[in-house]
Design a protein around this ligand. Structure first.
Ligand SMILES: [Cu+2]
Length: 210
């Protein structure tokens, strides 16, 4: 009798241990199924007082929208950030930190997509309906401009300068991709591409001079 009890106890214990092992394995798998891409971007031309952005090109799949709201502020007669990466459908908030009015006028090609006055401390919201490059102007101050780049995935990051600017893109499905660096050179978006490999469960680092 005594040994039967012992055996039952042992079986219970081993079930508990194996379910714990299973749990641990599942959570490790969840972490190790994707990788992280980090990097440094050294700007050699273009405006070093503006940000650049990086994104992965041609990545396929259905990806959830980022929880974060993308913010484009107007401050000191500048749009901040100058280049705004956004996922299609993501919430974008336009702000005004100046003590005077601005306006946000978005163009997709020649087509006006959004046009809103921004009163003092005013905000407005937008959600990009399609991917691509949007030019953003303030009709009240001709010197103000920005770009929004809209992607159908969340694998992009803002790179703040002065250089080298650093970035981090997380939860990337493993694979070999083209990483694109974008910066504004004299009002035009210039791109530089580099092949990168993301290994699951690892932080993969790149350094690019542009
Ligand atoms: Cu303005």
């Amino acid at each position: 009798m005594k040994s039967r009890k012992m055996i039952r106890k042992l079986i219970k214990m081993s079930i508990a241990v194996s379910s714990l092992t299973l749990l641990l394995t599942v959570s490790l798998l969840a972490d190790s199924r994707t990788g992280t891409l980090t990097g440094k971007i050294q700007l050699t031309r273009g405006r070093k007082d503006e940000n650049s952005i990086v994104y992965l090109k041609g990545i396929k799949g259905q990806f959830a929208l980022p929880q974060a709201v993308a913010v484009l502020d107007q401050k000191g007669k500048r749009f901040i950030p100058h280049l705004l990466p956004v996922q299609k459908g993501q919430r974008v908030v336009f702000g005004n930190s100046d003590s005077f009015s601005h306006n946000v006028h978005l163009y997709w090609g020649r087509r006006s997509m959004f046009n809103q006055v921004q009163g003092i401390k005013g905000t407005s919201e937008w959600s990009p309906p399609r991917t691509g490059e949007y030019l953003i102007l303030c009709d009240l101050h001709r010197e103000m401009s920005a770009f929004a780049l809209v992607f159908d995935h969340p694998f992009f990051a803002i790179v703040d300068h002065p250089s080298p600017g650093e970035f981090k893109i997380g939860n990337v499905p493993p694979g070999t991709y083209t990483l694109v660096v974008v910066q504004d050179v004299k009002g035009k978006l210039k791109k530089r591409e580099q092949e990168v490999t993301v290994i699951a469960g690892q932080t993969n680092t790149v350094e690019i001079s542009f």
